[in-house]
Design a binder for this molecule. Sequence first.
Ligand SMILES: *Cc1c(COP(=O)(O)O)cnc(C)c1O
Length: 380
Amino acid sequence: MKFNTKVIHGNQHHDPATGAVMTPVYQTSTFVQTSPGKPVNEFEYSRASNPTRSALENALASIENGGRGLAFSSGLAATDCVLRGLKAGDEVIASDDLYGGTFRLFSRIYKDSGIVFHFLDLNEIAAVQQLINDNTKLIWLETPTNPLMKITDIEAVAKLANARKILFAVDNTFATPYLQKPLDLGADIVMHSATKYLGGHSDVIAGALVVKDATLGEQLHFQQFATGATLGPMDSYLVLRGIKTLHLRVQRHSENGRKVADYLTQHPAVANVYYPGLKTHPNHEIAAKQMSDFGGMVSFTFKSAQKADAISFLEKLKVFTLAESLGGVESLANHPALMTHASIPEEKRKAIGITDDLVRLSVGVEDIDDLLADLEQAFQ
Ligand SMILES: *Cc1c(COP(=O)(O)O)cnc(C)c1O
């Protein structure tokens, strides 16, 4: 089955109880048993499994070419589930340009439990190789990164991780499986903030893990079941519904993203444009190799390098909404240093390039003419 069919039919079945074409919202905590320990079918209690969540989890596994999907109450809950498998003394190697909340979870919560984190540019394969030792248990990669759109070669990191049997997880939130399939490139785990493109309508907080290996899937499910950060039936329904148009949306996000990046590149007020589809992007070759297109996320800085310019630009936007988050049908604009990435210490932000004049755009699926006109009037 091709991807555009999978998003609608992959691992999906009409509701066995009623024949409903779309999976119903099974808003129930528990399920009847005919005799103690004998439920009517596989379902007993919704923290363990729920038919609406199962339908979503099956769809997730299908679109990422995985064996098992798990749906969580947020993207960070999904990441947390992977980290819970580690113990004091274990070491993690992670991208140095991570989603702010992921960095906070690693550096403020898990560091205190004795897990050692190394943050670096994972394209520096020799440096990664040097860090690997017998305690290295997990490599955590985000590509493209947020907000600087750095690209890392998934296949190259997978080779290192697989050779040393180190668990290798990729946060695929920005690319989505429409553009990039980490499991096919050698990753063990794909993580999503389904809040973003998978849900796609800015109406739900949700997370996901997809794995190839059945034993790993079982371990992660046990962890999830035992700690409880599962996705509710209504939210599962919303993400499942979102996935059915993922291919249409991300295609348009990518078309619009490219046009916005081109527009910004030639704008006299703009200094740097961060978009992996641009030939001038330092990792464009890797992006072109592992992604089928380049998505709708674009960041840029001002020639003036003034924070005040970025702020006043953001205040003047009318079609773009100034808000955190990304990946919804509507275009959003964000100031990473003051909003999404405020939890990263200032000197670390500066060191990785999240300057005070950096603006991040989540280009939506509106008419491109209206989006470009909005950017132009804000620059004026
Ligand atoms: C939003 C986001 C997360 C966290 O997901 P939540 O659903 O907000 O918990 C993780 N990684 C990336 C890349 C994100 O954009």
